[in-house]
Design a protein. Structure first.
Length: 295
């Protein structure tokens, strides 16, 4: 595993073996609230209960898989592999999981919420790793959203209506490209590739196969939006505060993203139930458990 940056979290023996939700809830209780931020402990607890009990094992596996993937990318590009600190990887993955538990669940209007949820997860996995589903050539390298939001009409048609971007840190130039045009282009390419697959199950697309068996076709909304999920302590009254201005080479690109964030017809900004500090402290606690178990 890689190195660790930033502050640490002292692991307490008194919160061991209480179930992952209870453990992490107790970690949260030990964090002093930030200025102007009052956490909703009831909502946080309900989200933590959605996390798997084997979270430590899953995060360890994610660390291993992420390093393999980054080494592969560096090799393909002829560049030297640069190790990403473990805590940064864990923070990003944890925040995505928390956001998915809070906002990524299928709506009550879905006739089969379980299939809808499985379909959402499968499509996101496909966009992140098309080779796994033997569609690498057809889809290629695209801008990948963290979540996919869709609706299913009475005829069973599945229409992707929003791409979800989960951002613990500030937005940079790459995020501006994704939000501005990348997600739409990538999702359209993915949908086209999936609809051309004759037998989805043969490619490992089991949820797509089940949906298609019920008459469901896959499409993209003409008004595809981006749902941007940020930490609870971000100031949404000042959209510019969500952007790292120093990360833009061109002033016009920064101005374009700043204006885009104000356009509610294209972007919906949602707050996580957790602040940056809370996500960081939970991550340090979990990383401590990973290192203790796999040392």
């Amino acid at each position: 595993m890689g190195s660790m940056e930033g502050m640490g979290f002292e692991q307490s023996e008194t919160i061991e073996n209480k179930g992952i939700a209870a453990e992490l809830g107790q970690v949260l209780e030990g964090i002093p609230p930030g200025e102007g931020y009052l956490p909703d402990r009831e909502l946080q607890t309900s989200i933590l209960r959605e996390l798997p009990e084997n979270l430590v094992e899953e995060l360890h596996a994610h660390l291993m898989a992420n390093e393999i993937e980054q080494r592969k990318i560096a090799g393909e590009r002829g560049k030297e592999f640069k190790e990403i600190p473990d805590d940064r990887v864990i923070k990003g993955e944890l925040f995505e999981r928390l956001a998915a538990a809070q906002y990524g669940r299928a709506g009550a209007e879905a006739q089969d919420p379980r299939l809808a949820e499985e379909l959402s997860q499968e499509l996101v996995q496909l966009m992140h790793n098309p080779e796994r589903f033997t569609l690498g050539k057809q889809i290629g390298h695209i801008r990948n959203p963290d979540l996919a939001f869709f609706r299913i009409n009475d005829q069973g048609k599945v229409e992707i209506e929003a791409a979800g971007e989960v951002k613990l840190g500030l937005l940079d130039e790459r995020a501006g490209d994704q939000i501005g045009w990348g997600f739409r282009k990538g999702i359209q390419r993915m949908v086209q590739a999936v609809n051309q697959v004759e037998n989805p199950e043969d490619s490992g697309l089991t949820a797509v196969a089940q949906s298609r068996a019920r008459g469901g076709s896959l499409g993209v909304s003409e008004d595809l939006k981006v749902k941007l999920i940020v930490p609870a302590d971000r100031n949404l009254d000042k959209k510019e505060s969500l952007i790292n201005r120093n990360n833009f080479q061109q002033e016009e690109d920064y101005n374009h993203l700043a204006e885009l964030l104000k356009d509610e017809s294209k972007i919906e900004i949602l707050k996580s139930a957790f602040s940056w500090r809370e996500v960081a402290e939970i991550s340090y606690y979990l990383l401590g458990k990973i290192r203790e178990r796999y040392k």
